[in-house]
Write a protein that binds this ligand. Structure first.
Ligand code: ADP
Ligand code: MG
Length: 325
């Protein structure tokens, strides 16, 4: 049994426009993937693909106008309520945690670091103040923050970006979750600090037998830190498989495009995956969501897209996947 199973998740934003007409943005369109115990999954895709929304859905943090219109999420076989279901809220924040995208806005500016780490533990369990204090110190040391006792007294604004990110990793892991989701955990940090932070994160995940989802638009991070990868485009996972296999034998034209993109192309076009703009979520094309940007598109691509399997653990959603290798 998988630790986490996401099955055919659809999330829409439904809101009235200025003309008073209801408009629907189809942000997630049948997202399915699994995470096994001890595994690190890379969820990769360009900005707007739906990566953060997927994370919010997993944590039960979607709020209107976001609406789950279809799908199911199971954690250790148990269905999780899809919106802010109270029954599953205990699970979230303890068994499943999120390391959010922006450290500066995620820490409470009015509370010292140590107090925040202590409070998080006491909200989710019965740790005594002394035990929670000791655990906070231990976690700050484990994310290699120098002089943890002194840092316990620091205010969030006194930390550098790299240090703040380490504090968030400590916070995400402090209650020993079974699954930790890191949403673009190192965006905005310089490359050396990025590698330091991710090395610490991966080491702690492995040492504690946890599973993780690393959300990123950076394939280098996927190659370096993940076991499996799921490639997302316009709210759909278009390819999924073991990292080594997908890098060697990409089947979906978008994945091929993504992997062929050099950093220079990314700088030139502003996003990964070659030329073209993301599809309009208010008016998605019939059939394949990628077809307007795909060099292999044919008339069949306007029909429902099959999931094509390449062995037990590698699959792509494409009418014309690369069969050549
Ligand atoms: N309130 C909203 N109304 C309509 N669309 C929204 C709203 N909030 C987010 N979206 C859209 O949902 C899509 C997925 O966003 P997100 O999950 O943040 O993408 P990613 O994390 O992959 O960059 C984006 O295209 C975004 O524009
Ligand atoms: Mg995001």
């Amino acid at each position: 049994m998988s630790l986490l199973t996401v099955d055919d998740l659809h999330v829409h934003f439904i809101a009235r426009g200025l003309d008073n007409q209801l408009r629907t943005a189809k942000a997630l369109n049948g997202v399915s993937f699994n995470v096994e115990k001890g595994q690190v999954l890379g969820l990769v895709g360009e900005t707007g693909a739906g990566k953060s929304l997927t994370a919010l859905a997993l944590l039960g943090l979607l709020r209107p106008p976001a609406k789950v219109v279809q799908g199911q999420i199971r954690f250790k076989g148990q269905p999780l309520g899809l919106l802010d279901g109270h029954a599953s809220q205990g699970m979230r924040g303890k068994s499943i945690t999120l390391i959010p995208q922006s450290p500066k806005t995620s820490l409470d500016p009015t509370t010292r670091i140590g107090e925040q780490l202590i409070r998080m533990q006491r909200e989710h369990g019965e740790a005594s103040y002394a035990a929670a204090h000791a655990r906070a110190l231990e976690m700050l040391a484990s994310v290699q923050i120098p002089d943890p006792a002194q840092r316990m007294q620091a205010w969030p604004h006194e930390l550098s970006g790299g240090m703040a990110q380490r504090v968030l990793i400590a916070a995400g892991l402090i209650n020993s979750p079974e699954l930790v989701i890191a949403d673009e955990p190192t965006t905005g940090l310089d490359l050396t600090v990025q590698a330091e932070v991710l090395d610490i994160f991966k080491r702690l995940v492995r040492a504690n037998g946890m599973s993780a989802i690393i959300i990123t638009h950076d394939l280098g991070i996927v190659a370096h830190y993940c076991d499996r990868m799921a490639v997302m485009f316009a709210g759909t996972i278009i390819e999924e498989g073991p990292v080594g296999k997908v890098f060697e034998e990409q089947k979906h034209p978008y994945t091929q495009n993504l992997i062929a993109s050099t950093p220079k192309q990314i700088a030139l076009h502003g996003f990964v995956g070659g030329v073209g703009s993301p599809p309009n979520l208010y008016d998605l094309p019939q059939g394949c969501v990628y077809k307007d940007r795909c060099s292999k598109a044919q008339s069949t691509c306007s029909t429902p897209v099959p999931l094509v399997r390449f062995g037990p653990d590698h699959q792509a959603r494409c009418h014309h996947p690369d069969q050549g290798r």
